[in-house]
Design a protein around this ligand. Sequence first.
Ligand SMILES: [Zn+2]
Length: 352
Amino acid sequence: MEELFNSYFLSEGGIYRSESTQIKEIIELANIIIRRVRTQYPLLPEIYFNIIDNNTFNAKAALDVKNGNIYYIGVYAGLINILFDVFTKTNIVRELDLNEEVKLSITSTKSTLEFDHSKGFSESISNVDIIALDRYRLIFEFLIYHEICHILRGHIAFKQSKKISELQGNFKEYSDLNINFIQTLEMDADSFATSWVIGDFRRFTLKTELTENTIYKNWETFIPNFAYSIYTTIRIFGFSSLPISKIKTFTHPEPAIRISLIMSNIATILDALNVDNIDDIMSNSIHMLKRAETDVVSVTFLDDQLENVKDVYFNPEYIKYYKQVLHNWNIIRDELQSYAFGELPGKNFLTF
Ligand SMILES: [Zn+2]
């Protein structure tokens, strides 16, 4: 399997063979999560997970048709390194005098973000507290669930059955056929990942006594930190103040939209679980988004883009656009079901 994975991803760098504990932990976590999803969805096919030797910021699920339909999930080493760098350095910066420069070890071009090994990780790694490591681990859980969803819910096979033009449309209008189905699939994957991460917290960690100084203490500590992790990660992809006509060509929904949809999804889940103090938890989470923005800005050369998130809630063009992306679920749901390895949620599940 290792060799097949290596040759499948060879042009992107091939398999990343590493003895580091950090890498091993991620592989182990992924395998635990895959098994966990399989307990609920026994038809989930075998998935081989590993790391790709590439310093850019990416992760992908793929179907290797040539070798008998094997599913892979590959996480780029760059994603692991950059996220580790982000979560540890943002944590350190808050402890330091802000005049002291601690920037991320990245180089970026217009389309890629790359981890720069020559700049290295933070020197004062021993100062990193458990909260930062919790947030870092949590985002990997989210990302692994996200990628599994692409396989479980038939996204990959569905995409392979279509031409790119059939998925992206030509974006001339907001008609059903001209809208980006790929973004709808991404939203589905975000929604799946969000419910599993919250479900795992409720099932496994909430009642243990080992959670005192961690983000897992209670709903009030967990949800805002989850929001922080999500925001930081999506933010690192970069916010851009692009015209609405441009965002329709993205593969993933525009970051500000993506974050606001995840936030509203979280609120819906908490509501369904009858969690107490949802209003307080959500307002603390919004506060954490602001803190995440400040933190990211402090370790990069990016400008504060929080206004962009607010804009999503009030700009009618955005609202019209993302409602359509959500509505697309109703259009593709039945066809997608034929590729899925379990029952898909019903129509209107992505609307709110
Ligand atoms: Zn995705």
